[in-house]
Design a protein around this ligand. Structure first.
Ligand code: FAD
Length: 386
């Protein structure tokens, strides 16, 4: 067993941390605070910087997905600004990753390479007002119109909706067959007839994400990912499954930022004549925070390793990583807030933002309940095989 990162991975980690601290972290508070209409412009600038530095395409440039590089850059970026990571990831990994795994060579040339270079911004739209965890319940439909397709439906809470040049939209093509063969992912370009991004959402956390609903009214799609009808459900599940490593990175990054700020505060804030870190109750919180975060990181890297060697349990390990890292980070943010006490609870403080952002991990891309259901099913299936 070898826990060491390679020389290249260590360098990537150092370079990403330096870059994100210098270029991305300074905008995190502004993205959280500014009027919702300004978020898109600031995020575009962050994505441009990430593309220029090469970090936007980390882990996606080689022939196979490299989840280690994805994780390493994801943690550093989330520590600096979790919203920026979510937006960058929606474009390059969710939208780009689907095209990389399933797109035709023309689709890769037209969309994937520009997405990785930051020339285009992408989004993936599957959630609807009445369908979240239960993806099969979506009601967006595609109907044939000559050689093309027209989409009708509403997608809810779409990351990058207000700045996307290209959206991948999940829709039913055939209601008469099982959901996993009845849906496709449609490519919709910005400016398509019948496409409308609604006003930006006022979210509790992750407020830097350009988030909005999207309405499609006889909206013209430019094509189907991979040109093969009925593969959308599988394509979506494949990317969300691999993406659990990235959501673990998001959570550990937020946790690392909480840790850093809480440690500094525990060393400098004094009560009863000494720094509060010397009180065992405060020190023990720091110890537990470190332990939870390190476990989240270890499990995420184990999941990346499991995928890299083709371990049949890779998907379930990724679920464990997402579950543990997200639950851990919520707890870490809560402890950090407790250490800052009233000074953390004031609007505009870093800990207050991190506390709100931390909650997101348990909700997104397969809630904690859904991860537990996946892990439990895996265990029960093993038991049934005995
Ligand atoms: C900041 C942000 C960004 C987002 N970005 C995107 C995006 O880019 N694209 C996109 O399509 N969506 C996006 N979403 C939506 C997100 O993916 C959904 O919120 C998430 O999938 C959960 O769906 P839901 O909110 O509808 O919850 P629901 O599915 O309605 O769940 C409600 C509750 O019921 C529980 N539940 C549901 N089913 C089960 C079950 N079988 N067993 C046990 N418990 C269950 C859930 O765990 C949860 O506690 C985003 C959301 C946010 C907040």
């Amino acid at each position: 067993m070898d826990y060491e990162l390679t020389e290249n991975q260590i360098k990537l980690k150092q370079d990403a941390a330096l870059f994100c601290d210098r270029e991305i972290a300074p905008n995190a508070k502004l993205l959280d605070d500014c009027p919702r209409e300004s978020v898109g412009k600031i995020m575009r600038e962050n994505l441009r910087k990430l593309a220029e530095s090469g970090f936007l395409a980390s882990g996606l440039g080689e022939e196979k997905l490299n989840l280690f590089d994805q994780y390493i850059v994801g943690e550093a970026l989330s520590k600096a600004c979790a919203s920026t990571y979510l937006s960058a990831r929606a474009s390059a990994f969710l939208c780009g990753g689907i095209l990389k795994l399933s797109g035709t060579s023309q689709q890769k040339a037209r969309y994937l390479f520009p997405l990785l270079k930051g020339e285009l911004i992408g989004a993936l739209a599957y959630t609807e007002p009445d369908a979240g965890s239960d993806v099969a319940a979506v009601t967006t439909v595609a109907k044939r119109e000559g050689d093309g397709w027209l989409l009708n439906g509403v997608k809810d809470m779409v990351t990058n909706a207000t700045i996307a040049d290209i959206l991948l939209v999940l829709a039913y093509v055939d209601n008469s067959t099982a959901a996993d063969r009845a849906m496709s992912l449609f490519i919709v370009e910005k400016g398509a007839k019948g496409l409308k991004a609604d006003a930006p959402c006022e979210a509790m956390g992750m407020r830097g994400v350009p988030l909005a609903s999207v309405t499609m009214n006889n909206c013209a799609a430019s094509g189907v990912v991979g040109d093969e009808l009925g593969s959308g459900y599988r394509q979506l599940n494949d990317i969300l499954e691999l993406g659990r490593v990235g959501i673990a990175a998001l959570c550990v990054g937020i946790g690392a930022s909480c840790m850093e700020k809480a440690v500094q505060y525990a060393k400098t804030r004094k009560a009863f004549g000494k720094p509060i870190g010397f009180f065992q109750e405060v020190g023990f919180k720091l110890a537990d925070m470190f332990t939870y975060n390190d476990l989240g990181r270890l499990l995420a890297l184990k999941a990346a390793w499991a995928y890299s060697v083709g371990d049949p349990e890779a998907a379930v390990i990724a679920s464990c990583a997402k579950l543990l890292a997200s639950e851990g980070t919520s707890q870490i943010a809560d402890w950090a807030m407790q250490i800052f006490a009233g000074h953390g609870y004031i609007k505009g403080r870093d800990i207050e933002r991190l506390y709100r952002d931390a909650k997101f991990g348990k909700i997104c891309e397969g809630t904690s309940e859904i991860q537990r259901a996946i892990i439990a099913k895996n265990e029960l299936d093993k038991f049934l095989q005995v």
